[in-house]
Design a protein around this ligand. Sequence first.
Ligand code: SAM
Length: 285
Amino acid sequence: PFNTDKGQHILKNPGVVNAIVEKSALKSTDTVLEVGPGTGNLTVKMLEVAKTVIACEIDPRMIAEVNKRVMGTPLQTKLQVNGGDVMKMEWPFFDVCVANLPYQISSPFVQKLLLHRPLPRYAVLMFQKEFADRLVARPGDKDYSRLSVNVQLLAKVEMLMKVKRTEFRPPPKVDSAVVRIAPKNPPPPVNFVEWEGLLRLCFMRKNKTLSAIFKLSNVIEIIEDNYRKVCSFKNKPVPKDLNMKQVIEDTLTASGYAEGRARKMRVEDFLALLLAFNKADIHFL
Ligand code: SAM
């Protein structure tokens, strides 16, 4: 009956369902966005505490199931089901997002969530355990990666609970974990294109020193190319004897991050590094 292509693994343990709803700390004034209500185990519990639940579900059979569950009860008027692919539909206004997500959309979903406006208060989301570990990893942890830094630039991330695969029917191949993502509001003023460009370089070899990475000839080439574009845009002459390798090395040394390694650097370190480069007209476009 369940379609595992759509990530249909239903939470069977009411204790786990209750724990998720409890940790979501919903208020009676909250509009909740739920993604993939499935048969409605979480939905019904949330309807009991929140003002409204807007549930986005792709599978018509599940839509029928969750509607049937509240039909004729006082909860019926608080539920709105939006049929379709949550990644393709326009999102409504919501205060909090709670979801036991299909795992194949984890990464694009988090991205869409953090770009959504107005920003929600927070999201409580079930992910594959490995993905959750990468989201919450701190500098120096083995799972610390570009994903950790990108998400932690924009949000406070916290592990809430681990959930064994046996709590689902049918059981998925891996364990899960519930994470709370609270967007920073207002978000830090960063040019995301440059931020992403810098992180890609720094995490290219996450154990190497930045000084080693920024000595690579293809890296220098990209930076020099950008440098020339920025100079032309600013109507600033490019020095005849431009030695980009040296400029980069000097900037890195002055910033104090030459011997830094991406796997140990905090969000604040990457922000300071980007600022130092930008001040020297070095951009990552
Ligand atoms: N919330 C239920 C629970 O905890 O028992 C079911 C969760 S199940 C892991 C994921 C649900 O998301 C399924 O009901 C599936 O049909 C739905 N789904 C899968 N892809 C979707 C998408 N792109 N947009 C909306 N819903 C989707």
